[in-house]
Design a protein around this ligand. Structure first.
Ligand code: HEM
Ligand code: SF4
Length: 575
């Protein structure tokens, strides 16, 4: 894992001092709220419905156990004993006091963390595959590039005031686990013997995003050598900085520019800018050097794995057989099936800890007790590191297969082993109207009601892979556009309504869901879900996942079922 050098450390320490002074001036009245607002946002501090909310960056989702313990400590000392992991690999604290935020930042700085650029119209936290470095389907470990780009983008003076916020995602595996095409820029890394002599290169996708106008990113350039990523991305951002619609907040994201120009013309302009930049900087002065690569990449070498035999699921189950009673055996087998993934190294497995216990806590919330327990588990079973997934769960990446049963037992005590990963109740949900001042409707009670309705694990496992995502407003923090089933909170005449989309998908076949019709009342949503799910069960062919049944049949049968017994009160067209 990357370790700060004195430059990184000085930078975050100076930020704490600056912010302490800014907060003091705000508190003693010498700084007005309008003046303070951009300063606090540059440090990830929002003012929300009930209190200040602090968003802390977890670059490419990688955390040490020590950092997680600090997050637990902050949750206890400065918040209400929990934190909320988000879809962009950040953590949010919802109840912080303004006067205490400099102290929180100081605590974070002690463990090489900060909240810089987690808000504002700049390059936000760079996200990546939660299984980076261990995924069995990985072409290349994306983390050194993530880190190089993190350093390149942090407090980059030219890109501190972009037309709107800017989000990068970086993937290096066959399966896209980063929602690459829903980012302003998606960087797909590859190491292919047929391209550039097997050197690391990147395909660049631009202009994706959710929100009011959901669009999937377009391929802008193939096979960019890793060394020139800074100058290529500089050129791309310059084109956006110059032509992005600063006059209209709703049209200011790069997706609107790429759409308006067309991907080919946008790519042509970037290419032109890049050529000039190249000439001006004497062929790549601004680019990454081999020495820089080596400085950073040495932090991402493999941990000291043992030489172990690879165990099959059957071997793991029979190993557990004698040590578990019948009920435990079912639970453990399901957990192996849903929460444990293949690893690059024989005898090891990445494990997903579910932060989606049915109906008891908001999706993505972890209590300080859970965070401390997970830090201990990381130390004991996974080289002291863990990851945050964009689905709002946590991952222990390097668990010895022979230790899976012990880990499962230990994590069970903290309600972290629900075997629902990828199932209907593994819901992505934004904080919605319970916390967010932009919300049109609540999302957390909707998630809870759906989890309560579908709490039979046998049935959930029979349904198989289905994603259900909920956003409290069109900003789409809960990724509803790319859920197989999406729920969007809308406001009509001051009341909370919910619009349903179907057919969204993340991953290699990403698609944007379609609105099925007028919105529903909150209390209708569990019944609407039941109608949609029953239609799937009736219509599916053997082993056909929900999304494929939907793609085969289209929206009509699902829509008819959803409105047959529900939506009686729905009024007006969908928003
Ligand atoms: C509570 C404070 C929050 C505020 C004020 C806020 C604000 C916003 C806004 C204004 C947008 C729309 C941007 C656009 O015009 O496209 C947005 C989108 C987004 N936000 Fe949030 N958000 C909040 C919380 C969250 C949380 C909790 C998450 C993760 C669970 C999150 C992750 C995202 C993501 C992934 C998008 C996707 C849309 C895109 O980038 O195209 N935000 N947010
Ligand atoms: S989707 Fe809307 S309600 Fe939900 S967190 Fe984002 S801005 Fe707030």
């Amino acid at each position: 894992m990357y370790k700060y050098d004195h430059i990184d450390q000085t930078l975050v320490d100076q930020r704490v001092t600056q912010f302490r002074d800014q907060v003091e001036r705000r508190l003693n009245g010498t700084l007005a709220e309008e003046e303070f607002r951009p300063l606090r946002l540059q440090n990830g501090l929002y003012h929300q419905r009930h209190a200040y909310m602090l968003r802390v960056a977890i670059p490419y989702g990688l955390l040490s156990s020590r950092q997680l313990r600090t997050l637990a400590f902050i949750a206890d000392k400065y918040d209400r004993g929990y934190g909320h992991f988000t879809t962009r690999q950040n953590i949010q604290f919802n109840w912080v006091e303004l006067e205490q935020t400099p102290d929180i930042l100081a605590e974070l700085a002690k463990v090489e963390m900060h909240a810089i650029q987690t808000s504002g119209n700049c390059i936000r936290n760079i996200t990546s595959d939660a299984f980076a470095g261990v995924a069995a389907d990985e072409y290349v470990d994306p983390r050194p590039i993530c880190e190089l780009l993190r350093q390149w983008s942090t407090l980059h003076p030219e890109f501190a005031h972009l037309p709107r916020k800017f989000k990068f995602a970086i993937n290096g595996a066959k399966e896209d686990r980063t929602v690459l095409l829903c980012h302003d820029v998606g960087i797909e890394l590859q190491k292919n013997p047929n391209i550039n002599n097997g050197e690391l290169t990147a395909n660049i996708y631009a202009g994706g995003g959710m929100g009011r106008t959901p669009i999937l990113g377009s391929l802008i350039k193939k096979d960019v050598p890793w060394q020139v990523l800074p100058s290529y991305l500089t050129a791309l951002l310059r084109v956006y900085n110059r032509f992005g619609r600063r006059d209209n907040l709703y049209k200011a994201r790069i997706k609107i520019l790429v759409k308006a120009l067309g991907p080919e013309e946008f790519a042509r302009q970037v290419e032109g800018e890049w050529t000039q930049l190249h000439n001006a900087t004497k062929q790549g002065k601004d680019n990454f050097s081999q020495a820089e690569w080596e400085r950073v990449a040495k932090h991402f070498t493999k941990p000291s794995y043992k030489t172990l035999p690879a165990l099959s699921d059957e071997q793991l189950q029979s190993h557990a057989e004698s040590r578990l009673d019948a009920n435990e055996k079912i639970a453990f087998t399901r957990w192996l099936e849903r929460n444990v993934r293949p690893h690059q190294v024989p005898g090891y497995a990445p494990v997903i800890l579910s932060l989606k216990p049915h109906g008891t806590a908001a999706p993505g919330d972890a209590t300080s007790a859970q965070m401390n327990a997970i830090a201990d588990l990381a130390d004991q079973y996974s080289f002291g590191e863990l990851r945050v997934t964009h689905e709002q769960n946590l991952v222990l990446a390097d668990v010895e297969q022979a230790e899976l049963l012990n880990l499962w037992r230990a994590a069970k005590n903290y309600n972290l082993v629900l075997p629902n990963i990828g199932l209907l109740t593994d819901i992505i949900a934004c904080p919605g109207g319970d916390f967010c001042s932009l919300a049109n409707a609540k999302s957390l009670p909707i998630a809870k009601a759906i989890q309560e309705r579908f709490d039979d694990l046998d049935y959930l496992h029979d349904l198989g892979d289905i994603t259900l995502n909920i956003s409290g407003c069109i900003n789409s923090c809960g990724h509803h556009h790319v859920g197989n089933i999406g729920v969007l909170g809308v406001d009509k005449d001051g009341e909370e309504w919910y619009q349903i989309t179907l057919g969204g998908d993340q991953g290699n076949d990403a698609s944007i869901g379609k609105v099925i019709g007028p919105s529903f009342y909150a209390n209708e949503i569990p019944d609407v879900m039941t109608s949609i799910i029953n239609t799937y069960v009736e219509q599916r062919s053997t082993d056909e996942p929900f999304i494929e049944t939907y793609r085969r049949l289209g929206v009509i049968p699902f829509k008819e079922a959803a409105y047959k017994n529900n939506g009686k009160h729905s009024k007006g067209a969908a928003v």
